[in-house]
Design a binder for this molecule. Sequence first.
Ligand code: AMP
Length: 215
Amino acid sequence: MDIILLGAPGAGKGTQAKYLEEHTGMIHVASGDLFRAALRQGTELGMLAKSYMDRGELVPDEVVIRMIIERISQPDCRQGVIFDGFPRTREQARALEVELSAHARRIDHVLYLRVPEDMLLRRIAGRQTCKTCGSTYNMFYFPSKRPDICDECGGRLYQRSDDTMETARHRLEVYFAQTMPLIEYYREQGSLIEIDGRREISQVTRSMIDALNIA
Ligand code: AMP
C-alpha cells in the first residue's frame, strides 16, 4: 500500500507518519527530512534546498521529484510508502503517479489532516526537533520530559530555522496557494480521506488506522 499524508505545515503529518510507520511497517518518506539530512551532510542538494527553505518557498519541482524517485527506488520502499510533505504541487503529484505506475503501483489513499489556521501557527511556533534523530516535540502540546532534550535518544532539541512566525506565515500562504488544490484533485479521484487533525495525537492516529482498515 502507498499512501500520502496531506496537510498544512504543523498539521501533524510527521508525528502521525512515525506512528503509522511503527504500526504498518510501511516506510516514512518525508521530503523535508531528506532535504534537512542533505543539508547536514553538506551536499549540493542540501545547499540548494536551504536557499528555498529559509525563505519558506518550495524547492523547484524537478529537484524534489528527482530526490523522491531516487529514495523510493531503494529496496526498503517496495513494501509501501507513507509520503509526507510530497507531493506539494500538481506537477509533483503527476510525476509520482507516473513513477508508481511504472512499477504497477498507485496511491491507495490520501489522508488529509485538517487543522484550522490559528492552531497551525501555534503548533509550528512550539515545535522542537531533535538534532540527532529528528523526533519532534511541541513546547505547548507535547513537551519532552526534560527541557530541550530528546526523550528518544538524549539529543539536543532545536527550533527549525523555518519555524519562526514570519517564515511559518509565508509557508502557510505557499501551502494555500500551491498545495491546497491537491485536496480537490485527490477528492475527485476518490482517494481522499479527511481526518480531523485538531484532536490529541493518539486519537488522530486511531482515526487514520480505522480509515485505512489496517487495525
Ligand atoms: P517540511 O519539513 O515538509 O515542512 O518542508 C520544509 C521545507 O522543505 C519546505 O518549506 C520547502 O522549502 C521544502 N520542501 C519540502 N518538501 C517539498 C516539496 N514536496 N516540494 C517543494 N519543496 C519542499
